[in-house]
Design a protein around this ligand. Structure first.
Ligand code: SAM
Ligand code: MD0
Ligand code: SF4
Length: 331
């Protein structure tokens, strides 16, 4: 199949017809590279405290909400339960919690050590951190460093990630990549970006060497400045997923349960995604980010629910060894 160009990306985005063929090509590309395997990620959002004020986020500093910071033992216990349920990786995520920033991320780093000691792959999503912190995560054996720019349009970035430094955020993931970590880049759909902005972001994801690339539709959050902004038509997200698949056949591309819950899984997989993310144990007291409670305690965001949806589509959850082989090839 011919590689697609930036111009192709742009014309698919502005064109409202032909999506079904686009999705079929993306699925075929996934099948050629990954067969019937889909990877599964457990999500552990262990501190919802944050020093930042992102306008789109429920957990922004100025939002007056209940927050938690889970103790290390509890995080480890939840992570191992998730791993036992069948997930391939644990995504350890946090707000930019001042408590961790002041103690050098001691607890977070030691949680990574403990999970890795048990043979389970780990992604860290701590926000912007110093190089020495990335070094410590790397020494502890973290496989992935996730940090989403949301957009690569600097003016739009300034409106979304208020008073944050665009270049510092980019440089942080470039450093992680140089350090040998795999990196995940991501954008938001429906936050005022143009088709040209999306095309630019998709190209930059390749330029920085991201091995996992994501898009999430914006979900309005109560109490935030964007509370009354509209959530976009999902077709946009699905098309971006398919275009990422065609641009980067070997990439890991999330179908996040954090946007439309378990009901949103099928469409994202049909668009060419190959990782189910935001699997959260019910009644653990843990939250998602964009949909902080949707389907969680109802048990809709579990490994078995997601695996059943995949099975109904002729696909299957990959084993841990298959996942390790896959990321071994990406490193
Ligand atoms: N605090 C760290 C950070 O911001 O990098 C780690 C958390 S990060 C995984 C949270 C991500 O969830 C954001 O980068 C954004 O892409 C996504 N997100 C947050 N709020 C959202 C919303 N309202 N709608 C859709 N996605 C959202
Ligand atoms: C997800 N809720 O995978 C998570 C989160 C952070 N690395 C990922 C946005 O959808
Ligand atoms: Fe904090 Fe991350 Fe939310 Fe921004 S997206 S407010 S950095 S938790």
């Amino acid at each position: 199949m011919p590689a697609i160009t930036r111009e192709d990306v742009y014309s698919y985005l502005i064109n409202s017809v032909g999506s079904d063929e686009l999705f079929a090509s993306a699925r075929e590309m996934r099948r050629q590279v990954f067969g019937d395997k889909i990877f599964m990620y457990g999500f552990v959002y262990f501190s919802t405290w944050c020093r930042n004020n992102c306008n789109f986020c429920y957990f922004r500093r100025d939002n007056n909400i209940e927050r938690y910071r889970k103790p290390k033992d509890e995080v480890l216990k939840i992570a191992m339960e998730l791993a036992d349920s069948g997930v391939n990786l644990i995504d350890l995520t946090m707000g930019e919690d001042p408590a961790y920033h002041s103690d050098g991320f001691e607890d977070a780093v030691s949680i990574v050590w403990e999970i890795k000691k048990r043979g389970v792959p780990v992604m860290v999503s701590p926000g912007v951190v110093g190089e020495e912190v990335i070094d410590r995560f790397s020494d502890a054996g973290a496989d992935w460093f996730a940090l989403y720019q949301e957009t690569h349009n600097r003016e739009l970035f300034a409106k979304l990630r208020v008073r944050q430094d665009f270049d510092e955020r980019m440089e942080c993931k470039r450093y992680a990549r140089r350090k040998g970590l795999l990196i995940e880049e991501g954008i938001l759909a429906g936050v005022g970006e143009s088709e040209g902005d999306i095309a630019e972001s998709l190209m930059q994801m390749g330029d920085i060497g991201a091995s996992q690339v994501r898009v999430m539709s914006f979900v309005p959050q109560v109490g935030s400045p964007m509370e009354n902004a509209a959530t976009p038509d999902r077709i946009k997200e699905y098309k971006i997923i398919a275009l990422m698949r065609l641009l980067y056949p070997y990439a890991l591309i999330p179908a996040s349960l954090d946007v439309d819950g378990i009901a949103g899984l099928r469409k994202r997989i049909e668009a060419g995604a190959n990782v189910v993310t935001s699997i959260i144990p019910p009644r653990s007291g843990l939250m998602g980010v964009a949909q902080c409670t949707m389907d969680v305690d109802e048990g809709g965001r579990t490994f078995s629910e997601a695996a059943a949806v995949l099975e109904g589509m002729g696909l299957r959850a990959a084993s841990r060894d298959e996942y390790k082989e896959c990321i071994g090839g990406l490193k």
